[in-house]
Design a protein. Structure first.
Length: 273
């Protein structure tokens, strides 16, 4: 009887959700670019796997259009993009022209801004949607990554029909298939994909140079020396004797390998607070 109860309790317990540091599970999927095996497709790239609640919906159209606009920025960071919803492949393919149309409006709006550093957008080559979107009609992959939150609202399709849908999940997965970041947004709040790119920059800098990044960090800002490296060891590890010490445990150096013209930005931002 005790043995039976132990088995019953085990199977009644919810399975643990994926966490940062876990290996992303492999899966096979039908996508807008054909059949896909996640491990074979991703190879030695970083991946941003992101779900959206539904095709032909306003927030999702703006999000996937923004991702399309940012494709060159992700590619320059060795990042592949992979979208997902529980809609059909046919719906995905019918909806993509709407996404591309919105993406073109983003380009036009950015190009007309009264800023010299934006004028280059007139000549930017921003491709149409060129990343695969998974048609997870069985919800198998969504459940694998815990993308279905049944109590999340609003939970209606574009046509006002109650339905099960994925929330706005983001998984940043490194080239070793390790989950590095998990973000979860509600259905009615669009994501900030500039922040996702900033997070990728921080993760890649941290991995390359064995540092951490402070609050509101941007590429070029100072980075944090880990506590296990003493002051005397900073030169050996980072090739510089210059560091700023705020506390015994909080020391910053210039972003290694970054263009030096930006070296004072982080200090000025801290001092002006």
């Amino acid at each position: 009887m005790k043995f039976f109860l132990v088995i019953l309790v085990f199977f009644c317990m919810p399975l643990s959700a994926l966490q940062i540091g876990d290996t992303a599970p492999n899966f096979n999927a039908s996508t807008t670019q054909g059949k896909l095996n996640f491990y074979n497709w991703s190879q030695n790239h970083w991946v941003v796997l992101f779900s959206h609640p539904g095709d032909f919906t306003p927030v999702c159209t703006t999000e996937l259009g923004q991702v399309a606009y940012l494709q060159p920025d992700f590619e320059s960071r060795n990042v592949k993009l992979l979208g997902l919803s529980v809609d059909s492949l046919e719906d995905h393919k019918e909806w993509i022209p709407h996404v591309n149309s919105y993406k073109d409006q983003i380009k036009q709006e950015l190009s007309l801004e009264n800023s010299l550093n934006k004028i280059t957008a007139l000549f930017d080559d921003r491709p149409d949607v060129n990343y695969p979107i998974i048609a997870d009609t069985s919800m198998d992959i969504a459940k694998l990554f815990d993308m279905i939150h049944p109590n999340a609202n609003p939970n209606e399709s574009a046509f006002g029909i109650k339905h099960k849908a994925t929330i706005r999940s983001v998984f940043i997965i490194d080239a070793e298939k390790k989950i590095q970041t998990i973000l979860t947004y509600p259905m009615h709040v669009g994501r900030n994909f500039d922040e996702i790119i900033r997070t990728i920059d921080a993760l890649q800098v941290a991995a390359k140079y064995k540092v951490s990044t402070p609050a509101n960090w941007q590429p070029g800002d100072d980075v944090i020396v880990p506590t296990y490296i003493s002051n005397d060891m900073i030169k050996e590890h980072y090739g510089t004797n210059n560091f700023t010490q705020y506390q015994d445990y909080l020391r910053m150096i210039e972003h290694p390998g970054f263009f030096k013209g930006n070296k004072n930005r982080n200090k000025s931002r801290i001092n002006n607070k």
